[in-house]
Write a protein that binds this ligand. Structure first.
Ligand SMILES: C=CC1=C(C)c2cc3[nH]c(cc4nc(cc5[nH]c(cc1n2)c(C)c5CCC(=O)O)C(CCC(=O)O)=C4C)c(C)c3C=C
Ligand SMILES: [Fe+2]
Ligand SMILES: [Fe+2]
Length: 453
């Protein structure tokens, strides 16, 4: 649990800044003409003149996945992850088995996972980095934009849980909340899962947060020039670290491999925008790299026997080796802080595979972590989202196909039948993972182990 006392919070805005009164509304004195952007509505009381401001308490909630901080957390963390219907999708007729299945899979996977966490010091650094990012973004909002906000961290599967963050948000009396998933690209399995949790909470009769609290979501932000240039900047540092001697020895060709986190192919077939956003993201970053650099894209971290997004990183590395690639920078692209899949999977497993494949001059681009260009851009993003029309959690989920429209059919008018049918297909595909488990339980044979679960 991260004590919130460590985060900065000023109830008063640090001063009067112009952005709260954008020029488009500066001559208006009617609150109704301001209703398109919720910050204005939230900060200006009914009938206020454009110059007037009130001190609305603004919060920013950063959503992230979370990770075990010590070895004994691993099984509980895995259970929470596999109990999430956005990670293991079951068809409705066995959905009541979600929890026992999660229990069995987490027990099965825990030793392998624990070993991986032990190899990086026993736990995940996600909370540490996310806390630092939240604090620095809050500082950048104060210094660059004269705006005081309180920041909160809501992890999906481990402490500090999103539910805890919501309780604090309510206790602090936050009136306007920006919800910012720390995943640049949207996937149903990451941002979508966290937003669904919020959607369910906010739509309860007796929600933890008051109905009067306004909120807006930033669903994805991989296409922001600030984000693109901060990643490109980190890649350039790695490319420039190839020495004259190395280039003489291994040749002048430089390659960059973007290794994105994978998702099951069935998610994409059912409307997850993730792959399209990854491709667009890689294209944008690739364009800001020197022309003599060759760019590749692959997907890592697959789990279970079903088809995931291809090509797989562990297939591409040997292929690059065969093609004679020697100078390679590997870039983790789906996440903004170091975690087990950068520190263990890329730095240990893939590095070893690359060496075996003859890729002799290896670099790994660090995750953004506390990169200052990135932090400043995230602060700008918060301000821009405050000035823009709101996007509610429900709208963000529906726009990105991560909500069963049947569940919210009262709220939103869409073609229910078609959407529900599409989701069912994805759920049957996930039966691949689950039926393997059931066969294993019945036969006593370790099929899941064979498949890496
Ligand atoms: C089984 C399905 C999984 C999907 C789909 C998935 C998508 C996905 N995950 C991340 C980022 C992270 N995943 C992390 C841990 C983790 N994820 C899965 C499974 C799926 N992920 C498992 C089983 C685990 C546990 C670790 C393990 O045993 O391998 C983490 C936490 C890392 C940490 O340091 O603790 C992150 C981060 C993305 C971005 C993504 C889809 C886009
Ligand atoms: Fe993973
Ligand atoms: Fe994951």
């Amino acid at each position: 649990y991260v004590p919130m006392a460590s985060q900065s919070f000023r109830t008063e805005r640090a001063g009067r800044s112009a952005f709260l009164r954008p020029s488009s509304s500066s001559s208006s004195s009617s609150s109704s003409s301001l209703s398109s952007t919720w910050l204005q509505a939230a900060t200006m009381p009914e009938g206020a003149t454009s110059g007037a401001t009130t001190d609305s308490k603004i919060g920013v909630l950063f959503l992230n996945l979370g990770g075990p901080e010590k070895s004994t957390d691993v099984e509980g963390f895995l259970y929470n992850l596999f109990a999430d219907p956005d990670i293991i999708r079951l068809p409705p007729f066995i959905s009541s088995l979600q929890k026992p299945i999660a229990l069995a899979i987490s027990k099965r996977r825990a030793p392998k996972s624990r070993e991986a966490y032990n190899s990086i010091g026993g736990g995940s650094p996600i909370v540490k980095y996310t806390t630092e990012q939240a604090n620095l973004i809050s500082q950048a909002l104060a210094s660059n934009h004269n705006l005081a906000v309180k920041t909160y961290i809501g992890m999906r599967y481990w402490f500090p849980f999103t539910e805890q963050a919501l309780a604090e948000i309510a206790e602090d009396g936050i009136q306007s909340l920006v919800i910012l998933p720390l995943y640049p690209q949207f996937s149903v399995s990451t941002s979508g899962s966290s937003l669904r949790l919020l959607q369910e909470e906010f739509s309860k009769e007796e929600s933890v947060v008051p109905k009067s609290m306004k909120h807006t979501v930033v669903a994805s932000w991989y296409d922001r020039p600030g984000y693109v240039s901060s990643v490109a900047g980190l890649i350039m540092q790695e490319l420039e670290s190839f020495t004259e001697e190395e280039l003489e020895k291994f040749g002048p060709e430089k390659h960059v491999l973007f290794s994105a986190h994978g998702v099951p192919q069935s998610y994409i077939d059912n409307g997850d925008p993730y792959q399209a956003q990854i491709q667009d993201c890689v294209e944008r970053i690739g364009k800001s790299l020197p022309e003599d650099v060759t760019v590749h894209l692959s997907y890592q971290s697959r789990v279970g026997p079903i088809e995931w997004l291809r090509p797989y990183t562990d297939d591409v590395l040997p292929e690059l080796g065969e093609q004679g690639v020697k100078n390679l920078v590997v870039v983790p692209i789906s996440f903004v802080s170091e975690h087990i899949e950068t520190l263990e999977e890329i730095d240990i497993e893939y590095r070893e595979l690359a060496e075996e494949s003859g890729i002799e001059n290896w670099r790994r681009c660090p995750a953004l972590n506390t990169d200052q260009t990135f932090i400043n851009d995230m602060a700008d993003l918060v301000v821009e989202s405050l000035e823009s029309p709101t996007l509610t959690v429900t709208e963000a989920c529906v726009n990105n196909n991560c909500i069963d429209v049947k569940e919210i059919s009262q709220l939103i008018d869409v073609d229910k039948e078609a959407k529900v049918a599409e989701r069912m297909n994805g759920r049957f595909a996930m039966l691949g993972i689950v039926s393997t488990l059931l066969v294993e339980l019945a036969s006593g044979k370790s099929l899941l182990h064979m498949f890496g679960l």
